[in-house]
Design a protein around this ligand. Structure first.
Ligand SMILES: [Ca+2]
Ligand SMILES: [Ca+2]
Length: 481
């Protein structure tokens, strides 16, 4: 009966042919989200990377890879929290339920979060992920929940544990001969620090779980080289004094010397590879169950990460390594290849709905990526907006349009007013030596990008304005010091 209803509903939708084919047997969804991973960790996005993730590479070869997938930003140092709210609700950053008591968010949002939408559509929903810095009320909506923060270097305390939760769930379904389609939210606690890797993987990347703040970890030729845009220090203050990620991460603290960064990247890569191994286990199980070909697999992260890039360590910046996320989708009807996409993580929910033939809730502001995933369109929007205001206000803003990107910093009570203009086609790693903001040759491009940024800030109900923008009659919102 479910199948019949779905097909009738779908016949009237624009995606009729594509989805109705899938609705013969409604597709499963395996949504994989890792914590704190730069796309440039992965060979999929940086062929020079030494990080081995063969399963993710195979997914990329068989699916669609987005080169322009972003998270929209954060009003908190815990960038995870708004990011995960955007994933669950499909809403833009200033319209989330956890910004200013949800003043721009409908009251019924919890009826329209990811798990609730799929529960209502007759899906079995299951989730494993870290605890904390998330959207607890939305997480509880999954029918089966096995959450715990697992950042240790053993199977019981690390990523294997999350893999095991999914494996056990699949075995239970097999034994119960459960035929309902499933949505599995397969989240990991790593590679977020503390990046305690498994001994054999750490050895492969020449790294140690360095815990002594007074010493530098041993150098090792097997450690990954420093990133191409590594700097020993960022040229001006990022604007968030005392920020945990920049001063207190075990293994790095305030050090930015090459050996510390190379050891920490080795730890990150060890954690990434362990995640890849867990994904392989689950995909093999799905294949054995005969479910793999009818399952959409989405791979992403909640945001990127610096680890020495531009002299930064954390996730509280808007350079490409941190603003962007990896994003790979494989499944029936998805065209293998690459596309820019110009997507945000808030596009995940409408995309999953579209893939499954489920109606997209009216509360969603993101866009379905289906036309991009089918190879029909390169992008779903022209301009991208990014924000970080978890430190001093108004913080950082970014706008990207085509190859051009503007980043602005208005922090530390006006003592830092910085503007960066990058041509990403010529300078994809945002080398600060090729920052064009001061170059008179690009003054009209700079003005054009400044205007685009202001338009995006207005469109997204950004409550702040920067030093060189009209204040639009706004009063700065009250936030915790
Ligand atoms: Ca995170
Ligand atoms: Ca069931």
């Amino acid at each position: 009966m479910h199948k019949l209803i779905t097909c009738l509903t779908i016949l009237v939708s624009a995606q009729a042919a594509f989805v109705c084919q899938a609705a013969q047997t409604r597709p499963n969804i395996l949504f994989i989200i890792v914590d704190d991973q730069s796309p440039f960790d992965l060979k999929v996005y940086d062929p020079q990377s030494r990080c081995d993730t063969p399963t993710i590479q195979k997914l990329a070869a068989e699916g669609m890879v987005l080169d322009g997938a972003y998270h929209m930003g954060s009003f908190s140092g815990a960038v995870c929290t708004p990011s995960r709210h955007m994933v669950m609700t499909g809403r833009t950053v200033w319209h989330l339920p956890n910004w200013q008591k949800g003043q721009h968010c409908p009251d019924n949002i919890l009826d329209n979060v990811m798990a609730e939408v799929f529960n209502r559509a007759g899906y079995d929903t299951m989730r494993t992920c870290k605890r904390g810095n998330s959207y607890a009320a939305a997480n509880q909506k999954f029918s089966v929940v096995h959450d715990a923060t697992k950042r240790g270097g053993t199977d019981e305390t690390g990523s294997y544990w999350h893999g095991e939760q999914v494996m056990n769930y699949l075995v239970d379904r097999q034994q119960a001969q459960d035929q309902d389609p499933f949505l599995i939210y397969f989240g990991f606690s790593h590679p977020h620090d503390t990046r305690d890797g498994k001994p054999e993987l750490l050895a492969k990347y020449g790294a140690v779980n360095h815990a002594d703040k007074e010493s530098i970890p041993p150098a090792n030729d097997k450690q990954p080289p420093v990133p191409v845009n590594y700097l020993p220090a960022h040229p001006f203050h990022h604007g968030h004094p005392g920020l945990r990620d920049e001063v207190a991460v075990s293994g790095v603290w305030e050090r930015r010397d090459e050996t510390t960064i190379r050891n920490e990247l080795g730890r990150q890569f060890a954690c990434n590879e362990n995640i890849d191994i867990q994904i392989a286990r689950v995909l093999n199980k799905l294949e054995e169950m005969g479910e793999l070909d009818n399952t959409y697999i989405i791979y992403t992260a909640d945001h990127g990460m610096a680890i020495g890039r531009h002299g930064l360590q954390g996730k509280q910046n808007l350079y490409q390594h941190t603003w962007r996320v990896p994003f790979i989708v494989k499944g029936p009807g998805i065209k293998p290849g690459r596309a820019e996409g110009n997507s945000y993580l808030l596009d995940v929910l409408p995309t999953l709905c579209d893939l499954a033939g489920v109606e997209i809730p009216e509360t969603v502001e993101g866009k379905s990526l289906l036309p991009v995933l089918k190879g029909e369109q390169a992008t779903v929007r022209d301009t991208l907006y990014g924000t970080y205001s978890g430190g001093t206000k108004p913080g950082m803003r970014a706008v990207k349009h085509g190859d051009w990107k503007l980043i602005k910093y208005d922090v530390l009570e006006g003592s830092v007013h910085e503007t960066q203009l990058f041509n990403l086609a010529e300078n994809p790693h945002e080398f600060l030596t090729a920052d064009l903001a001061e170059d008179p040759q690009y003054s009209s491009k700079l003005m054009e990008m400044e205007a685009l940024l202001l338009a995006e800030m207005r469109q997204h109900d950004d409550p702040y304005r920067l030093w060189n923008q009209p204040n639009d009659g706004l009063e700065a919102p009250e936030t915790k010091k």
